[in-house]
Ligand binder design. Structure first.
Ligand code: NOJ
Ligand code: CA
Length: 609
């Protein structure tokens, strides 16, 4: 492409030679800056470590805590403020550790408590904070409490910690209600009583090995407050709270014909097909049963729990924080979790599910600030995690807002090159926004989903409980490539990684990206450094007038930086003299004395404004 091309439609033509005025004309402020961040988490970049897939120190093919400690340099070089560790507690691993058998110990698979302390000390020594995962909605069926519940009779205090109910029908042989498990199949399992007779049923919103606790029971509440203290005393900086919207169920456990999916929300048709069309900016209607709010989710009673936890954290120094994993829409409803006396952050899944559409992104970004500013909480931004298809693969798919739930080898495969280009552009847009951003391990390498995993290696209970109808989440959990030429791409010293890695991972290995200008790793690293230097996490946001209604371009001003993402198919011509600080891919600048730059399709630039 040369600079002799005509001015593309996406560019405000009469402004191309005005020395950058177009970059300074911003409209109404969408979000007011917060000045210096009051607490570290308000503008933090937080990196999710999924321990079993990060790095394997002992060679058994499964990542572990010493593996994370050994790779802290990677995180320090990248420049993240904190890590969030997915569960490493004692667990039979039926849901990769989200089935906890002992909340106060490390599973031998991952190491020991001493290994954890070493990791914490090592991270803190590098100025990296550590958030751990708390799974309060359910325990493992191997937890001592559940074993006690099984060994005692209906009506016992041991059973009262869980959601045991008698079955329906004369002989109690039908489920107590019609709820479906999020992983497929009924949400109830019948037990055999200690005397050998068919007995009560227990509720499990997820796998049958993940019985739901009864959060109306004060014993459950005090136990978890003590679990919080156990880890706070050890020095953790916060907790990511699993299924934060699920702990209280509607009184009487009423039937509900919807089927909740963790990611896509719910449909109110019995077939369970998600409509996925919840408007993130829709006004709060206060009802349950709309959107993804069945009688098991987003009940008002959950907030009391978080108020109590807020107080527990406040007893400790250092601005410890709680982040809610709550698949709740609209955003105004999600914001209730981050009111001043509750949690501190909530994952912004409305942003994650928006896809690659300029107008839709502006809408969700505005709605996010509107909702969070109302309660004084920072907005978070997240594009990938261990439950969704990695964003390079989503954005390389025919419909980027779909298929968050896993891809089969037999499905249409994403366009890898397009997906990576868009993913880098999406990440630079995200990192240019005020608030706090979450990165999922491997996204700094541009890692795609493994979209052709053979079904016989899959491990996600969601795959099995749907009878294989859903691929499940294994494809985003494939062990990381550290070294292009090493066996298992350097994931561990020996042994087959617990899930096979695709050959393409050689291209993404960390060691072929370190120090290479323009590599995804170096682009993220530069973005995090600039974000910090320019104070973007605490900045104010306004759309640039010139592109405020553009179907192709998202352009915003944050502090002294303009972030411009070109989602269209034509290049965007920047005003002469615009200074490009960073770009997600190659941009074309002519060699004239007064150079002019073109931003190609699917590219984001950060400009000096
Ligand atoms: C959300 C977690 O992120 C997911 O991985 C897990 O399967 C469910 N909660 C159940 O704990
Ligand atoms: Ca290991």
């Amino acid at each position: 492409m040369t600079s002799t091309q005509s001015v593309p439609a996406a560019t405000p033509a009469d402004d191309t030679a005005d020395g950058g005025g177009v970059l300074r004309r911003a409209g109404a402020v969408v979000h007011a800056g917060s000045g210096a961040a009051r607490q570290w988490w308000r503008d933090a970049v937080i990196y999710q470590v999924y321990p079993r897939s990060f790095a394997d120190a002992n060679g058994d093919g499964i990542g572990d805590i010493p593996g994370v400690t050994a790779r802290l340099d990677h995180l320090e070089t990248l420049g993240v403020d904190a890590v969030w560790l997915s569960p490493f507690y004692r667990s039979p691993q039926n849901d990769a550790g989200y089935d906890v058998a002992d909340y106060r110990d490390v599973d031998p698979l991952f190491g020991t408590l001493a290994d954890f302390d070493e990791l914490l000390a090592g991270a803190h020594a590098r100025g990296i904070r550590v958030i751990v995962d708390l799974v309060p909605n359910h325990t493992s069926d191997q937890h001592a409490w559940f074993q006690e519940a099984l060994a005692t009779a209906p009506g016992s205090p041991e059973r009262a910690r869980y959601m045991f109910r008698d079955g329906r029908g004369a002989d109690g042989s039908q489920e107590p209600n019609n709820w479906q498990s999020i992983f497929g199949g009924p949400a109830w399992t019948r037990v055999t009583e200690p005397d050998g007779t068919p007995g009560q049923w227990y509720l499990h919103l997820f796998d049958s090995t993940q019985p739901d606790l009864d959060w109306t029971n004060p014993e459950v509440r005090s136990e978890f407050e003590n679990v919080l203290r156990f880890w706070l005393d050890r020095g953790v900086d916060g907790f990511r709270v699993d299924v934060a919207h699920g702990m209280i169920k509607a009184e009487g456990l009423p039937d509900w014909d919807g089927h909740v999916e963790m990611v896509a929300g719910s449909a109110d048709d019995a077939a369970g097909e998600s409509t996925g069309d919840v408007d993130p900016g829709a006004p709060e209607d206060g009802s349950t049963g709309a959107g993804n709010q069945g009688p098991m989710f987003d009940q008002d009673g959950v907030h009391e729990i978080y108020r109590a936890w807020h107080q527990v954290l406040a007893e400790y120094d250092g601005d410890r924080c709680l982040v809610a994993e709550a698949w709740v829409e609209p955003l105004s409803r999600l914001a209730r979790y981050v009111r001043p006396d509750e949690m501190h952050q909530a994952f912004n899944f409305s942003f994650l599910t928006t896809g690659w559409d300029a107008a839709a992104l502006r809408t969700v970004i505005e709605a996010s600030y509107r909702a969070n500013d109302e309660v004084g909480a920072p907005t978070t931004w997240v594009l990938s995690n261990h439950d969704v298809v990695r964003h390079p693969s989503r954005l390389g798919s025919a419909d980027p807002s779909l298929k968050v739930n896993g891809v089969f080898a037999t499905d249409p495969q994403p366009d890898e090159e397009l997906g990576l280009r868009r993913a880098r552009a999406a990440s630079l847009l995200m990192l240019g926004l005020p608030g706090s951003a979450y990165l999922f391990q491997g996204e700094e390498l541009g890692l795609p989903e493994h979209t052709s995993l053979p079904n016989d290696v899959r491990q996600d209970p969601g795959h099995f409980r749907t009878g294989g109808a859903e691929a499940g989440r294994d494809g985003c959990r494939v062990p990381l490539p550290w070294a292009a030429d090493a066996p298992g791409f350097g994931f561990g010293p020996a042994g087959e990684p617990w899930l096979p890695q695709p050959a393409s991972f050689a291209r993404y290995a960390a060691d072929v990206q370190y120090g290479v200008p323009g590599s995804t790793f170096e682009t993220y690293r530069a973005a995090l450094a600039l974000r910090k230097a320019e104070g973007l996490g605490q900045g104010a946001l306004a759309w640039l007038d010139a592109w405020a209604d553009s179907p192709d371009v998202v352009a915003l001003r944050n502090q002294d930086v303009v972030v411009l993402a070109n989602l269209g198919t034509e290049p965007v011509l920047l005003p002469r003299g615009a200074e490009v600080l960073l770009s997600s891919g190659p941009v074309l600048t002519d060699r004239s004395a007064d150079p002019q730059t073109r931003v190609p399709a699917d590219t984001t630039v950060w400009l000096r404004a």
